[in-house]
Design a binder for this molecule. Sequence first.
Ligand code: PLP
Length: 390
Amino acid sequence: MIPLMKSTFANEKETRQALVEFITSAPRLSMDRECFQFEREFADWHQRRDSILFNSGGSANLAILMALKNLGRLKAGDRVGFTALTWSTNVMPIIQHGLAPVPLDVSPVTMNAMVEHVAKRLDEVDLQALFITNVLGFTGDLPALADLCRKRRILLLEDNCEALGTRLGGRLSGNFGLAASSSFFVAHHMSTIEGGMAITDDLDLGEMLRIVRANGWDRNLTSEQQAKWRARFDIPNEFEAKYAFYDLGFNLRPTEITGFLGRRQLKYLTEGVRLREENYHFLADVLCRNPIYLPLDRRHIERLSSFAFPVLCRTPQLREAAIKRFTEAGVEVRPMIAGNIQRQPFFRKYVSRVYDLPGADLIHDCGFYFGNYPELTRADLDLLAACLRA
Ligand SMILES: Cc1ncc(COP(=O)(O)O)c(C=O)c1O
């Protein structure tokens, strides 16, 4: 059996043991120093000025858009382009915030929107923001996309929940736009069981993300920031400040367990990315020799941070046969994330306009993936290679 993942953590045994000790001895388990330290360490790892920890990647997405609305940089009705091949909680927050979701097609062989897909959509509609998804470690041509967004004054946001550690154009994915999200759900590149992060170089946005994360209050801001908010709203003293709520927010806080695990798992991230990429190259070499599959194009990517191996068959019938073959061999498989999101029930309920998205449709009908992680053994890799050869 080759499941989607074999363990909850990198270095599972030691991590679980350390977690037990932490829980039994930590003076406090709600968000505190471990979380704040993890934020600093993650920002350094990602070469970003600020990181804000959340209880999930979906929460980070929800909060990024809320913070931009609170700051007046987006307003209800603004059009937000997004990659049609994505995850539900990339698109749902666009709808939940009263923004207008505009799907962009993807190239089947990079699985992402390329600059020509965005340019084509911009010929028909103006976009105020672009919330792209970097799919399963792959990305579009982000340097060109970022240039286009700069020229057209479009806010670029990256949902990097599936591509933590991917590098292209000399930069990490997630570092091309105003902000990006990561997920630390189990089976992602690093796990805090549940958890997510927003990263940005924009300190005003970071400040607002902390307000959004916790009820709309100022508890986790610096003392200078707190003084600014309190003065602006004439909050007379510390007592009143405890329950002063400045703008729209949620409770999306992580716990100290998230921070504790994040700090420890971050130490293994770089090596984990390397091992997963090694597996990826081994399997991709096998896949590209079998004509029933469409090989993916990763020439624009310098380091592919893979946590699942995507397979694109040439027809739906070939996919059906391949899924049967993999499943019978004991390999756990999944659809290519949410496929063409326009075909999902929630999207059809809330959005009436339907775009022609042939690239996303091809992946929806012909794609699937299986897990790729450091714990795959030589025998596992040989079994996967045999399934890909058949
Ligand atoms: C592209 C993308 N965005 C957002 C998320 C949400 O992350 P989480 O499960 O941590 O909420 C996921 C989860 O897999 C994802 O793949």
